[in-house]
Design a protein around this ligand. Structure first.
Ligand code: ADE
Ligand code: ZN
Length: 340
């Protein structure tokens, strides 16, 4: 890629809207926390763990990702993990981030949900003092039952009050195939009644019908991944008309074999057809790079222009869950920067 464009993207103010905080846990920190907490890992070295990061599909990744998260026990662990991400985000000129977390991964190991949120929140408050604004989105694990999600939602009620400034939405993640959005209609209806923002992973490995279900049954405000929408022309037109954004994660899509080559990624087709796509890192510690690395990989492989790169950056700001005033300020800042 043209080094001037890479540098321009690297320093541009940007939002990240699809990052699983547990997916930012680097192997070094996994080993440090395992030692601190006396947790036994299945790998005897950092290199051996990293060598296992050769995935064939989403499930092969999730098995290792949940094992990695098993070292998180105390509030300080969640703080340390989140602070490490905050540092990486600031280095990539992320000015606003919306972070997913998976409470069920921790509560099923006996870690209280309050411990999880308190540690993440303390790091995000520290990040805010350094210029990174943020929101938090609680994700339900779709391989578990809807009753389990409903119980988690009930348990989280006091947190939606206590952390109302931060904890603003719910999402749906984990094993997609065989677990359609329709399975979670009731819990999303409850979240909607409570005025929360709604997102769901759909159309990552699952078919376009899962994206329709996320829109029509869950009534999501954004779709996570959604890259398989390209297989359905009417769906692409609907996404473009409604400006419902797709939070695309290029390095993730390659690592999880959604596309076998970055040059075959469908992001540019979606962009050309007016879909509000933007770039995110998903699980950066597992997929080989944080948000800027994702921009470089896709801009390079698809030979995107200066204007297309700008559009991706701008879409990240347009799709953020912030006030209109905050959005206007973020866009003005990007525009001033981009014209320099
Ligand atoms: N949890 C963490 N990363 C995920 C992904 N890419 N898809 C579904 N669930 C996830
Ligand atoms: Zn994801």
């Amino acid at each position: 890629m043209n080094p001037t464009l890479a540098d321009k993207i690297a320093r541009a103010p940007k939002a990240e809207l699809h990052i699983h905080i547990e997916g930012s846990l680097e192997p070094e920190l996994i080993f440090a926390l395992a030692k601190r907490n006396g947790v036994q890992l299945a790998y005897d070295s950092i290199d051996a763990l990293r060598a296992a990061y050769a995935f064939t599909d989403l499930q092969s990744f999730l098995d290792i990702y949940y094992a990695g998260a098993s070292v998180l026990l105390h509030e300080q662990d969640f703080y340390d993990m989140t602070m490490a991400y905050v540092e990486r985000a600031l280095a990539d000129h992320v000015t606003h981030t919306e972070i997913f977390f998976d409470p069920q991964t921790h509560t099923e190991r006996g870690v209280p949900i309050e411990t999880v949120v308190a540690g993440i929140e303390r790091a995000l408050a520290d990040g805010e003092k350094r210029g990174l604004t943020s929101k938090l989105i609680l994700c339900f694990l779709r391989h578990l039952s809807e009753d389990d999600a409903l119980a988690t939602f009930d348990e989280a009620q006091p947190l939606f009050d206590k952390y109302a400034h931060r904890l603003i939405g719910v999402g749906l993640d984990s094993s997609e195939r065989g677990h359609p959005p329709s399975k979670f209609e009731r819990v999303f209806a409850k979240a909607r009644e409570r005025g929360l923002k709604l997102v769901a992973h759909a159309g990552e490995e699952g078919p376009p019908s899962y994206v329709y279900e996320a829109l029509d049954l869950l009534k999501v405000d954004r779709v996570d991944h959604g890259v398989r929408s390209i297989e359905d022309a009417a769906l692409v037109a609907r996404l473009a008309d409604s400006r419902i954004a797709l939070t695309v994660c290029p390095l993730s899509n390659i690592k999880l074999c959604v596309f076998d080559d970055m040059a075959k990624h469908t992001l540019k087709d979606l962009l050309d057809q007016g879909v509000a796509v933007m770039i995110n890192s998903d699980d950066p510690a597992y997929f080989g790079g944080y948000v800027n690395a994702n921009y470089f990989a896709i801009v390079d492989a698809l030979k995107l222009t200066d204007h297309e790169a700008y559009t991706l950056l701008r879409n990240s700001l347009e799709a953020s869950f912030v006030t209109e005033q905050e959005r206007a300020a973020m866009i003005a800042r990007l525009d001033t920067y981009w014209k320099q």
